[in-house]
Design a protein around this ligand. Structure first.
Ligand code: SAM
Ligand code: SF4
Length: 334
């Protein structure tokens, strides 16, 4: 194997999140504006061949885990073809997908067949009216059918991503944890992050996750620490005693996990982002035909990766050491 991808703090990077499109069938309030979002022209988006060419360079350097995200990755035509191309690369052992789930009834089996290992489905409310309001038009029943389709296709584990927001869905924590009692489902509560939206609005809705265990205690559930299902997430996992599934807490804001960060990001237009939060980017698309240049660019991006993000400083309205990104979450991929 070639020299691993290490940054200047000694963190080895073996995981890449690839946004395959900045477009989406929904408009979640914390991710995209209702109107006026400008999408990248098709000829500026990485082709499947270019993405595979980048991965063929990264795999021998130890990148073994890939997550496809977006925008909504399933609005990109024939995504299963990309999954098949990536799963054919030596050294890529894990291909996962983050999706809003609406297209899964049609796609789950094709994706599994192409080599997708597991899946994260984003669902912030189990109540139709709320779901439609936060996604600006989504249909929760289709997402629930999508979860069912993922089961039937044999995707395992299935994780649900739930972004917790004050006065919006905190009263559903109990309902989400209850889903894990009878089914092998893995709910991951995620702190709302200040990326690309007004910081006042974010501060109003941000909720630290310490709240979740209190709710379980009030429900009379005995909560045990648990190692959780396989996956590449930084979540602290737990389980209600006797439950089939687990739940986890991902707290990027209140207790960041930057010291153990192993992730790289590639935007749909081919920009390497060594950190989700900062504006630093290097474009790999223009050199996607040149393996040596791809390697150089990734090493350069990692060489400049800051030690940590500073979302907690943003919460306290304090000065930050670098410039936060201006991109929306839909353009970065979460
Ligand atoms: N469209 C797909 C989906 O919704 O799963 C993939 C892309 S979406 C940007 C990836 C993840 O980022 C989703 O789970 C979404 O809930 C999460 N996300 C978006 N904006 C966020 C924010 N401001 N804070 C925390 N999570 C966010
Ligand atoms: Fe689309 Fe996902 Fe963003 Fe919602 S969170 S607008 S589904 S990209």
């Amino acid at each position: 194997m070639m020299k691993p991808l290490t940054d200047s703090f000694g963190r080895v990077h073996d995981y890449i999140r690839i946004s395959v499109t900045d477009r989406c069938n929904l408009r979640c309030v914390y991710c995209m504006p209702a109107e006026g979002m400008e999408f990248q022209p098709h000829d500026e988006i990485m082709t499947y061949e270019e993405i595979a060419a980048v991965l063929r360079v990264l795999a021998p350097m130890g990148v073994s885990k890939v997550r496809l995200t977006g925008g909504e990755p399933l609005v990109r035509k024939d995504l299963e073809k990309l999954v098949a191309m990536l799963s054919a690369i030596d050294g890529i052992t894990d291909i996962s997908l983050t999706t809003n789930g609406m297209f899964l009834p049609a796609k789950a089996a094709l994706l599994k067949e192409a080599g997708l290992t597991r899946i994260n489905i984003s669902l912030d409310s189990l109540q139709q009216e709320r779901y439609a309001s936060i996604t600006r038009g989504g249909d929760v029943h289709r997402v629930l059918e999508g979860i069912q389709a993922a089961y039937q296709a044999g995707l395992d584990p299935i994780k649900l991503n739930v972004v917790l927001m004050k006065d919006f869905n905190q009263d559903e924590i109990r309902d989400f944890v209850a889903m894990t009692l009878e089914r092998p489902i893995h709910v991951r509560f995620i702190e709302y992050m200040p990326i690309g939206q007004s910081s006042d609005e974010w501060r109003r809705s941000y909720l630290p996750l310490s709240h979740v265990t209190d709710v379980c205690r009030e429900a009379g559930w005995n909560v045990l620490e648990h190692e959780g299902p396989s996956g590449n997430g930084p979540s602290r996992n737990m389980k209600v005693e006797g439950a089939q599934g687990t739940f986890g807490l991902i707290h990027p804001v209140s207790d960041h996990f930057c010291d153990s960060c192993n992730r790289l990001r590639l935007t749909a237009d081919g920009n390497i982002k060594a950190c989700l939060y900062w504006s630093d980017e290097l474009n790999v698309r223009r050199v996607a035909h040149d393996p040596a240049a791809i390697e150089d660019l990734f090493r350069k991006a990692l060489g400049a990766k800051p030690k940590n993000h500073e979302m907690a400083l943003a919460l306290e309205k304090k000065d930050q050491s670098h410039t936060p990104t201006q991109r929306r979450m839909s353009q970065i991929g979460g």
